[in-house]
Write a protein that binds this ligand. Structure first.
Ligand code: GLU
Length: 435
């Protein structure tokens, strides 16, 4: 394992320079909002220096054997951004676009997200640069186990607890839990969340991110004095977050007109039967070819005439190039970092209400927290209890974010950052500096 110490000097942010260039660098996207929120809070300059940097960045090589006997080597990362409030918490993604910069931004977002919903975790993230579609099941298992053993020093229920993210799922979490437990010589369920229910996972975890999106969308609609019944919704992404958000919003009476995945989007102005779309995807894997709807591109989907837009796929889909054409009145960010900082300004000028990612998609990590609590207590809750507790945390957090935004006259996103930074900074002050 090679542990690289965080850069000596954090990157310099120039918000007005290179307005288009660098817009899509996720670390700068995170940092530009952090800087503004810190300035509005008059954050102590010492703490400002501390919170602009990750605590630990680990880069590992992941050699593994292909089914045909050949050896390949992937690169993996795990970044612990801040652990002042508790063990680091954050998913692991397997994707060709993974970079250290992206993983660092995502680890910072996890730090702010856990603080926004006030759960006792810090933030981390991991990733392996790979295309899982290029791996057989056995190869995927070997990559997962080798990556886990390469980062094993950071992992542990009290130090760093992974979860699913882009292209990882319950099965990958089961392999991580098993690899860690074999090293420790006893079963440690609380080392990962998002596991299968049969081995210490929590009821309601799989649906939690999408459920959280539905809960805060309803709350925002109420604030905007828009009805829930018949409200038009468009969802980008039909994975674990987007498909569940679409399904639950439809069950609440909203009209989900369009959804999309990497094969493109499907659109029916009268509304889609989401249960039927899910059945189609289970059979055909992708949305392409779904009958009874018009095929559209992902770019077209983002600018459809709708009330609510839920970007629930990847980063940087709403940028300065298309934000001006977005017609939604409300955006619920199911994905992490779907809107760039430049797009924020344009949406704000247009009066679009954005429920920021660090609040909108925090339902997943909230139920991860419930899972960790249940594993450590060895006592499991029924699904209603999980869902009720999730609803309470999401609604309270929404109100706190909205309250902070109103108090300081800032957007909900900056309000959420301010709430999070204030909570993390307070713990730093209380703990003091170990020297
Ligand atoms: N990957 C999810 C996220 O970005 C869940 C993280 C977790 O549950 O630890 O919020």
């Amino acid at each position: 394992m090679t542990a690289t110490s965080p850069q000596q000097n954090p990157p310099i942010i120039r918000p007005d320079k290179d307005r288009f260039l660098g817009e899509e660098n996720p670390f700068e996207a995170m940092m530009s909002r952090f800087d503004y929120a810190a300035q509005r809070l008059s954050l102590d300059p010492g703490l400002y220096k501390v919170l602009r940097r990750p605590e630990k960045q680990v880069t590992v090589s992941v050699p593994f054997q292909r089914d045909n006997g050949e050896t390949d080597v992937y690169t993996g990362y795990r970044v612990l951004y801040n652990t002042s409030r508790g063990p680091a918490k954050g998913g692991i993604r397997f994707d060709l676009n993974v970079t250290l910069d992206e993983v660092t931004a995502l680890a910072a977002w996890m730090t702010w997200k856990c603080a926004v919903v006030n759960i006792p975790f810090g933030g981390s993230k991991g990733g392996v640069v790979c295309d899982p579609a290029d791996l057989s099941d056995r190869e995927l298992e070997r990559v997962t186990r080798r990556y886990t053993s390469a980062i094993i020093e950071t992992l542990g229920p009290d130090s760093d607890v992974p979860a699913p993210d882009v292209n990882t799922n319950e099965r990958v979490m089961a392999w991580i839990m098993d690899t860690y437990s074999m090293h420790k010589r006893h079963t440690v369920t609380a080392v990962v969340t998002g596991k299968p229910v049969q081995m210490g996972g929590s009821l309601g975890r799989r649906e939690a991110t999408g459920r959280g999106c539905m809960i805060v969308t309803k709350q925002a609609l109420q604030r905007l004095k828009l009805p829930v019944q018949g409200t038009r919704v468009v969802v980008q992404g039909f994975g674990n977050v987007g498909s569940v958000a679409a399904q639950l919003m439809a069950r609440e009476g909203m009209r989900v007109m369009a959804v999309s995945d990497k094969s493109g989007g499907i659109y029916n102005e009268k509304g889609l039967d989401i249960d039927d779309v899910l059945r189609y995807v289970r059979e055909h894997r992708l949305l392409a070819g779904y009958p009874g709807a018009q095929a559209i591109t992902n770019d077209e989907l983002l600018v459809l005439d709708t009330d609510v837009l839920v970007p629930a796929a990847l980063e940087n889909v709403i940028t300065s190039h298309n934000a001006g054409n977005v017609k939604a009145k409300l955006i619920c960010e199911g994905a992490n970092g779907p809107t760039t900082a430049n797009a924020d300004r344009i949406l704000d000028e247009k009066g679009v209400f954005v429920i920021p990612d660090i609040l909108a998609n925090a339902g997943g990590v909230t139920v991860s927290y419930f899972e960790w609590v249940q594993d450590r207590g060895g006592y499991f809750w029924d699904e209603d209890t999980v869902n009720q507790r999730l609803e309470r945390i999401m609604t309270e957090s929404f109100d706190q974010v909205a309250g902070m935004a109103a108090k300081h006259g800032v957007t909900p996103r900056i309000g959420a950052y301010m709430l999070a930074i204030e909570r993390v900074a307070l713990v730093h002050k209380l703990r003091g500096m170990y020297a």
